[in-house]
Design a protein around this ligand. Structure first.
Ligand code: AMP
Ligand code: MN
Ligand code: MN
Ligand code: MN
Length: 293
C-alpha cells in the first residue's frame, strides 16, 4: 500500500462480535465512507470479527489493525486494555481470551437470572439471540430492558439495573492488569489503557490507574476518544508523557444510533507525545498498514 501522510486513524471500535451493532463488514464499510484509512476492530474479549474485517478492509481500501479490548479487574474495578497490532493466531492470547469468554457466558447467565426475578422474561435466550454468537455484554440486556418498556433508554437501563450496586449487576474477576498486557505483548502487540475518562474515576484514581498500567509494562494511553473534550485530552496527554506512554486515539464506536460518537471523528495527539502508530511493532509483521507519519 502506498505511504500516506496524515491518514485518518481510528484505533477503537466494536462489531457484532461483541456489543457493536454492525457486522465487521458493515463497520469497515462505514469507516471507509467516513474517510477512515486505518481502523482497529477492538471487540470485548474477542478477535472473532477480525478475519471478516480484513476481507472488507481489502474491498474498501481500509487498513485493518488486529485489535481487542480486554476486560481487567483492578482494585475491584474494571479497566479496559486495548491490544493493537498483535498476531491473531497467537495461542497465549487466544487461550486468555477463551478464559474471559467463559467468564462472560457465566456472568450473562447470572445477570439473566437476576433480571428474570425483576420482571424481564426469557432474558438469557433473548440476549443470546441479540448477541447472535458474539460475546454477550451488558448492552444486550440494556436493549431488552428498553424493548420491554422497563427503561426508557440504554442509559437508564445501566443506571437502574446494570451498573455496580444495582440489582442486576454481577461482579466477576476478569483477568489481572499484568496478565492482559502480557498476553498482548506475547502476541507481538501493543497494550493501551482505554478511555481514561470512561471509568467514573476521580482524578486521583485515574492517576493511580495510569501509573499501575505503566508500571505493569503497558505501552500506550488513549488520549482522544469519541467523547473526550480538549481539556480531558490535555490531561490525558500530560499523564501519558509523565508515564512514558505512547498516544492512541479511538472513537469506541458501537452503533450508528449513537450519532454523537462517530468513526474517525478524532483529534490527533499534540506534538509533545509520540503516537503509537509510529512504534515499529505497529508497522511490522502483523500489520498491513500504510505509513502514517
Ligand atoms: P460489559 O463489558 O459486558 O460489562 O459491558 C460494558 C459495555 O457497556 C461498555 O463497553 C459500553 O459499550 C456499554 N455501556 C456502559 N455504560 C453504558 C451506558 N450508560 N449506556 C450505554 N452503554 C453503556
Ligand atoms: Mn462496549
Ligand atoms: Mn471500554
Ligand atoms: Mn470499547
Amino acid at each position: 500500500m502506498a505511504p500516506r501522510s496524515n491518514a485518518l486513524i481510528d484505533l477503537h471500535s466494536h462489531s457484532t462480535a461483541s456489543d457493536g451493532r454492525l457486522t465487521p463488514g458493515e463497520l469497515v464499510e462505514r469507516a471507509a465512507e467516513r474517510g477512515v484509512q486505518v481502523l482497529a476492530l477492538t471487540d470485548h474479549d474477542s478477535i472473532d470479527g477480525l478475519a471478516s474485517a480484513c476481507v472488507a478492509g481489502q474491498a474498501h481500501d481500509v487498513a485493518i489493525v488486529a485489535g481487542v479490548e480486554i476486560s481487567v479487574t483492578w482494585h475491584k474495578r474494571t479497566l479496559h486494555i486495548v491490544g493493537l497490532a498483535f498476531d491473531p493466531h497467537n495461542d497465549v492470547l487466544g487461550e486468555g481470551l477463551t478464559g474471559l469468554q467463559d467468564k462472560r457466558s457465566a456472568r450473562a447467565a447470572a445477570i439473566a437470572c437476576r433480571l428474570e426475578k425483576l420482571g424481564l422474561t426469557n432474558a438469557l435466550p433473548r440476549a443470546q439471540t441479540l448477541a447472535d454468537g458474539g460475546q454477550i455484554a451488558r448492552p444486550h440486556f440494556a436493549r431488552l430492558l428498553v424493548e420491554d418498556g422497563l427503561c426508557k433508554d440504554m442509559n437508564q437501563a445501566f443506571k437502574r439495573y446494570l451498573k455496580p450496586g444495582k440489582p442486576a449487576h454481577v461482579s466477576i474477576e476478569w483477568t489481572q492488569l499484568s496478565q492482559a498486557i502480557g498476553w498482548i505483548q506475547h502476541a507481538g502487540g501493543l497494550a493501551v489503557l482505554a478511555h481514561p475518562f470512561g471509568y467514573g474515576f476521580t482524578g486521583a484514581w485515574r492517576r493511580r490507574a495510569v501509573a499501575a498500567f505503566a508500571e505493569a509494562g503497558g505501552d500506550g494511553l488513549e488520549i482522544c476518544t469519541g467523547t473526550t473534550d480538549r481539556e480531558q485530552e490535555s490531561v490525558a496527554q500530560r499523564l501519558g508523557i509523565e508515564h512514558g506512554l505512547l498516544a492512541s486515539i479511538g472513537s469506541d464506536f458501537h452503533s450508528p444510533e449513537q450519532f454523537w460518537l462517530e468513526l474517525g471523528r478524532l483529534r490527533r495527539p499534540g506534538a509533545l507525545i509520540e503516537a503509537i502508530w509510529t512504534h515499529p511493532r505497529f508497522t511490522s509483521a502483523h500489520g498491513t498498514l500504510p505509513a502514517m507519519a
